[in-house]
Structure formats: C-alpha cells, structure tokens
Ligand binder design. Structure first.
Ligand SMILES: [Zn+2]
Length: 338
C-alpha cells in the first residue's frame, strides 16, 4: 500500500472510531499516537515521498494527528463528566463531618443562673438603655450635679452638651421602671455597664451587673437580708452572710454584702484573704429622695435595692483570677464552660 492510501485509510479509521469508554480511548491513543503508534510510521514515511508531493503528504499527516488528538480530548471530557454523576463515587458509609458546637459564655451562664434564682423569689427581669441621660443615671438616684459621689463612677460621656452618656450602673433602669409602674415593684435589671477605668486583672471599662429592687408597703432590712441569704445559699451553697456598713448615694442605710467563704468553709484561704468572708456586692434601703424623684410616696412605700457584678460572681464561682479573660475570646478559656 502506498503511503497516501495508508494515510487515507487511517484518517477514515480515526473518524469512525467510537471512544465511549475510557478504556477504548486509551487503546485508541496507543494505536495511533503512542510512541509506537501508526502516526509515527507515517511521519517516518515522509522522507520516501517524492519532493513534489512532500507538502501534500505532510498536510495530510498533520490533519490525521489533529483529528486523533481532538477525538481523545473529547473522550476524556465525556468520561470525567459521566463520573461526576456516578453515585458510586459518594461513599455513603463514610463518617460525617461533625459540626463544631459553640458553648455559652461563662458570663451568660452565671447571669442566667442569677436570673433563675431571683425569679424563684418573684423578681421579674427588666431592661433599660445602655445610652442614658444624666437624670436617670445620676440626678434621680440622689446624685445631683457637683455631688462628690459622682467621682466614684468615672463616666464615659458620648455627648456632654446633648446629655448623653454610657450608663455606669443598671440602677438607671430601676428609675425608669419606678417612673412608669406603681408599687409593688419586684425587679432585677441584668445588663452591661461602662466606666472609664484602667483595665487590669481586677477592673475593666465594661462589665455586667445584676441589680435588684423591691418596693412595697412595709419592706424592711430583714427582707433584704433574707433575699440575699437565699441567693448566697442557692448560688454558692454558702451558709452565712454578713453586712458591713457602707455608703451609696441612693440607699440609706447602705451595706456591703459578704458571704461566708464557700471555698475553705470559712477556715481561711487565698480567695477570702484568710478572713473567711468574700464580698459579693452592695445593698441598702432605697433612699426616700430616690422614691420621691421617681414619683413614689416615701411615706407610704419603702424598698430595698442590691447590686452585684456578674464578673465578680463568675470569678468566685469558677476560680478565675483575671477579669480580662472574659473579654479576650480565647477559645481555650471559653471551651472549659461547655
Ligand atoms: Zn476562703
């Protein structure tokens, strides 16, 4: 067979080949364009073609090569497309990829527990704005302008002229409730507060409080003490509380609340500084001036208020010695509370 007839036969064979499987495509590749394939022999035959027909033959051989390669490319494309739809590629018995579950923040855990305890005593949760005005944050709470006790709470002013500040305590929410609701009032106001303080292991510029307020006829200091005793028992399983005289502008008399150290059973340890007592917050009987400011008659009603830092309670409960850990979002810390 002369090389021209040989080439024509090969071209026809290539055009008619059916490469429906990847096996047949591979066979085709080896037969025609592999290192020992038929195309090789055609290229080798070029040197024996008379000069005047060399060009014609060369073009024919190139056409054969291009058609063969196009055929293989198309076959490969088909094969990979078909594979994608094959169910056998998905291993239904393979174990699933687990979802990473988040954990509740320790402050949320403690806050929720505090809310649950006070709910059992009939307290309801109230909320207030974090951006406050001077009246609700200071003046109504018996802290008129230029009152020296304002210095006890270094304040972030958003706009001094426009009377906008970040609340320094959740007591402002209590004023708002007293203004709109007639006694009896029995509320707690958990929330975030802000103070312009240097951040250290023991202080932060933002922290959380749970404050409580109870106003009714004949509310006494004994009611206050019993409420806090119940809380200490439920939260810390502490069997005793004591009150030390203190000063807050909005309560009279005022006291700091200590609970017997639940870590060492009052025998003395580092947490209670070997005193057997741990401070958890402040409290007192609502100052009559505050009741008057909120439109409640102090001759008819009396009440008590208390406040605790959620961070403080969480640090005691979990033995955490640095308040900054709560705000650093370190997974190694947070995952311990799952
Ligand atoms: Zn102790």
């Amino acid at each position: 067979m002369n090389p021209f007839d040989q080439a024509q036969t090969m071209l026809q064979e290539i055009q008619e080949a059916n490469l429906s499987s990847s096996e047949s495509a591979e066979e085709f590749r080896i037969k025609f364009i592999g290192s020992k394939g038929s195309l090789k022999s055609l290229f080798a035959a070029i040197k024996d073609i008379p000069n005047e027909r060399k060009k014609e033959f060369g073009q024919l051989v190139n056409q054969i090569k291009q058609e063969a390669e196009a055929k293989i490319t198309a076959a490969k494309k088909n094969a990979s497309g078909a594979n994608k739809n094959k169910a056998s590629d998905n291993d239904l018995t393979a174990p699933g990829v687990p979802y990473e579950m988040g954990t509740r923040h320790p402050l949320s855990l403690v806050k929720n527990e505090m809310i649950e305890i006070f709910k059992r005593l009939g307290f309801v949760v109230e909320d207030g704005p974090e951006i406050e005005d001077d009246w609700h944050n200071f003046t109504a709470l018996n802290l008129p302008e230029n009152h020296p006790a304002r210095d006890m709470q270094d304040t972030f002013y958003i706009d001094y002229e426009a009377n906008k500040l970040l609340r320094t305590h959740t007591s402002s929410a209590q004023i708002r409730v007293m203004e709109k609701q007639k006694p009896p009032i029995r509320i707690i106001t958990p929330g975030r507060v802000y103070r312009n303080e240097t951040i250290s292991a023991r202080a932060h510029c933002t922290f959380h409080q749970v404050e409580g307020l109870y106003i009714d006829k004949d509310v006494s200091f004994a009611d206050l003490k019993q409420t806090l005793y119940y809380f200490a028992k439920e939260m810390f399983n502490s069997d005793n509380i004591r009150m030390r005289p203190s000063y807050f502008p909005f309560t009279e008399p005022s006291a700091e609340i200590d609970i017997s150290c639940f870590i060492c059973d009052s025998k003395g340890c580092a947490v209670c500084k070997h005193s057997g007592w741990v401070e958890i917050g402040g409290c007192g009987m609502v100052d009559p001036a505050v009741l008057t400011n909120a439109g409640i008659d102090p001759e008819e009603y009396s009440g008590f208020a208390f406040g605790m830092g959620i961070e403080r309670v969480a640090m005691l409960k979990y033995g955490i010695n640095d308040i900054r850990l709560f705000f650093e979002n370190d997974k190694r810390f947070l995952e311990q509370f799952s």
